[in-house]
Design a protein around this ligand. Structure first.
Ligand code: AKB
Length: 326
């Protein structure tokens, strides 16, 4: 990887992957494709960028040509809950956006990273120790787009030799940019609420167990996979990866170890609960460990401690910056 394009660069993953790639590969070597929402000043000023709708195939190709891009991290997509409210739009963005990226990769000889998800599984999938290769019959449009995306990426690899690679991400937890419209978003919201209000109303049942991961591990996974020796990859699209598996009541208890007055209540959102109930509780990620050396650093206690520290600093900084503007 030398010259890189990130689509969805102001999303939850993109806004952390962008500075990391610029630090490793050089500011001018990494181009950000933002969509609609204005990113913060720090991201905006950190290197070359465009505002792009990934459904605009000509624009995607033009940027790749102009910057002689060799690797694309294609992160632009609608997440599960928002996709379920706008299924046709979700299909258009998630599938036609990916197709544009793959076509560009084919004509311009780029490698492609595609993030799949636990959402690529469904209620008939074994929920515990979900195998790498198993039944995938998701019941959400998000899941349908992720399975189709996995297959499309494999197709471009077999048919055209495009170097496509991907992982099935669990819920991701980070403090820089909140996720937008996912089912696992509660695991980020809970930290903001704990630090600002001392209480949180959760939209999932207390016993809803799902796979999760802290963002530094997610970044590490993407880079490790994209730099892995291709001959070792038996599964390209996409490897199961996980770092921890917990329920809302378990993470609340872990937060209470640091903030004893924190309290949690529950008001179940039927849409997001039904989505969560159709997903695995804990994936088996042994293939990723064997094939490309996947190994997470953060378990639940370590993640909660780091998240509380870093988010508190960030909230303080934002408050300080807000006061300065007044
Ligand atoms: C979502 O909740 O939609 C995402 C995911 C697990 O893919 N965070």
């Amino acid at each position: 990887m030398q010259r890189i394009l990130i689509t969805g660069a102001n999303g939850q993953i993109g806004s952390e992957l962008l500075p990391e790639l610029r630090r490793r590969y050089g500011e001018e070597q990494v181009v950000a494709a933002f969509h609609k929402r204005l990113p913060d000043r720090e991201l905006l000023d950190s290197g070359p960028h465009y505002f792009v709708d990934v459904r605009d195939a000509d624009k995607v190709r033009q940027i790749v040509r102009e910057f002689r891009i060799d690797s694309i991290f294609h992160l632009a997509a609608l997440l599960s809950a928002v996709a379920e409210k706008h299924p046709q739009l979700a299909w258009d963005v998630n599938i036609n956006g990916l197709l544009n990226v793959l076509e560009t990769a084919r004509s311009q000889c780029c490698a492609v990273f595609f993030p799949s998800s636990i959402g690529a599984f469904g209620p008939q999938t074994p929920a515990v120790d979900t195998p790498q290769d198993t039944i995938q019959r998701p019941t959400t449009i998000y899941g349908v787009s992720k399975v189709s995306g996995e297959l499309l990426c494999d197709y471009y690899q077999h048919r055209y030799g495009v170097d496509t690679r991907g992982v099935r991400f669990p819920g991701l937890i980070s403090y820089r940019t909140p996720p937008g419209g996912g089912t696992t978003d509660y695991a980020v919201e809970i930290f903001h609420a704990a630090l600002t209000e001392g209480r949180y109303q959760c939209f999932l049942r207390p016993d809803t167990r799902l796979d999760m991961m802290y963002m530094p591990d997610a970044l590490q996974a993407m880079l490790c996979l994209m730099e892995a020796d291709a001959s070792r990859l038996r599964h390209r699209n996409a490897s199961n990866i996980t770092a921890m598996s917990f329920t809302p009541e378990k993470i609340a208890a872990e937060i209470q170890k640091h903030l004893p007055d924190f309290s949690i209540t529950y008001k179940v959102d039927p849409l997001r609960q039904a989505i969560a109930d159709s997903w695995p509780q804990h994936m088996d990620d042994s293939c990723a460990r064997q094939e490309w050396g996947w190994r997470p650093d953060f378990d639940l206690p370590k993640m909660v401690q780091d998240m509380l520290e870093k988010l508190a600093q960030r909230l303080q900084q934002e408050q300080h910056d807000g006061l300065d503007k007044d």
